[in-house]
Ligand binder design. Structure first.
Ligand code: 5GP
Ligand code: MN
Length: 344
């Protein structure tokens, strides 16, 4: 038995909005991860039953390992196909916004959506919703947006009609945001949902292999380099910091997605509770932060770099240079740790 998480009136309102719409667009956040892509494609396949014209538009490219998901080749890339996407959006009556809760998280696409008169339904699990949607299904207590999409489909009464494709995409999203059920997955209902997805015929083991174990040799060598040459451990703050410049990335023929998961690695060192990875990218520095227990990675990201995310997994973009970003992190870390330790 799965409890009712999404309020009934929102389920009904979302159902009516789908029925009213002629054209539906589904969008998710920048640098989309498995949950963003899995939830979009899961919903996309589900909407087939309604026979509406449906599109998935993402702000930029998807990582190579996500091409395993059914219809991933149909996803439109806003960065590369801006005009086409804008003309689709201009004639859209319903926009689903998945896995983000702030229009600032989707780059230029955010302005287009803000100005669109289409009805907007947000489905998300991040903290601090910045209101923009007509229907906001916001549940930070749920581990993934894909799980929320599963719950919404069931509550609309379509579980028995759920296709294998929908189930596969949802499974991929749930696996991604829990690190393959390694963290943020203590809720018993996650396993009830997994059991239902397996009954739909999902090959979870194969999906896991594709998502987590199909990287290129270069990525493993880059991982070896960053761990042996770049990792800094600050034992007094139980923190690990490491970074990669564009030049270093180029030496390993970096492609989007190659550093996925690196930030988690230092958390396997005994005593480390906070890991920060900084990656230089054009004119910005992308920060990934992970923590264990109640150390608030999202608070650090928000307080010093205007970022956000979850307690144990957060991100931000720094406008400082890579070296100044690292310098700032080291400067602010002592006071931040002191403050957190005082509270706990
Ligand atoms: P990742 O490190 O995998 O890019 O992101 C981890 C988490 O932080 C995700 O939940 C993601 O949505 C959030 N996040 C990543 N980058 C940003 C950012 O620039 N701003 C905010 N507010 N959240 C971010
Ligand atoms: Mn997510």
């Amino acid at each position: 038995m799965i409890t009712k998480v999404i309020p009934e009136e929102k389920v009904v309102a979302a159902y009516k909005a789908i029925q009213r719409a002629k054209r539906i667009v589904i969008v998710a956040h920048k640098r989309p991860d498995g949950d963003a892509i899995g939830s979009c494609l899961g919903l996309y396949h589900f909407l087939y039953s309604f026979e509406r014209e449906t599109f998935v538009i993402l702000p930029d490219a998807i990582p190579a390992n996500m091409s395993i998901l059914p219809s991933s080749n149909e996803i439109l890339n806003y960065e590369l196909e801006t005009e086409k996407c804008n003309s689709i959006l201009a004639e859209t009556d319903l926009i689903f916004c998945l896995d983000f809760n702030n229009l600032g998280r989707i780059g230029d696409l955010g302005n287009v959506i803000a100005q669109s008169s289409a009805e907007k339904i947000m489905i998300d699990h991040h903290l601090d919703y910045q209101p923009f949607a007509d229907i906001a299904i916001s549940h930070p207590e749920i581990a993934s947006t894909s799980e929320l999409v599963f719950r919404l489909i069931c509550r609309m009464g379509y579980f028995s009609d759920m296709s294998l494709q929908t189930a596969e995409c949802i499974c991929a999203g749930m696996l991604t945001d829990t690190g393959g059920l390694a963290y943020n997955s203590n809720s018993p209902e996650i396993y009830t949902i997994f059991a239902e997805l397996l009954r739909k015929g999902v090959d979870k083991d194969a999906l896991y292999r594709h998502l987590f174990n199909t990287y290129k040799e270069n990525r493993m060598r880059l991982m070896g380099y960053v761990l042996s040459q770049k990792l800094e451990i600050l034992p007094e703050y139980q923190t690990a910091i490491f970074s990669l410049s564009e030049k270093e990335l180029a030496q390993y023929n970096y492609e989007k997605g190659d550093t996925e998961g690196f930030v988690n690695l230092p958390l396997s060192i005994q005593g480390i509770r906070f890991s920060i990875f900084a990656r230089e990218e054009k004119d910005t520095v992308k920060l990934s932060l992970r923590s264990v227990g109640d150390f608030p990675a999202n608070q650090f990201a928000n307080q010093y770099f205007d970022g956000g995310g979850h307690l144990n997994a957060s991100g931000a973009e720094s406008k400082l240079s890579l070296s100044d970003t690292i310098k700032k992190i080291k400067e602010v870390l002592p006071a931040f740790c002191e403050e957190i330790d005082k509270q706990n």
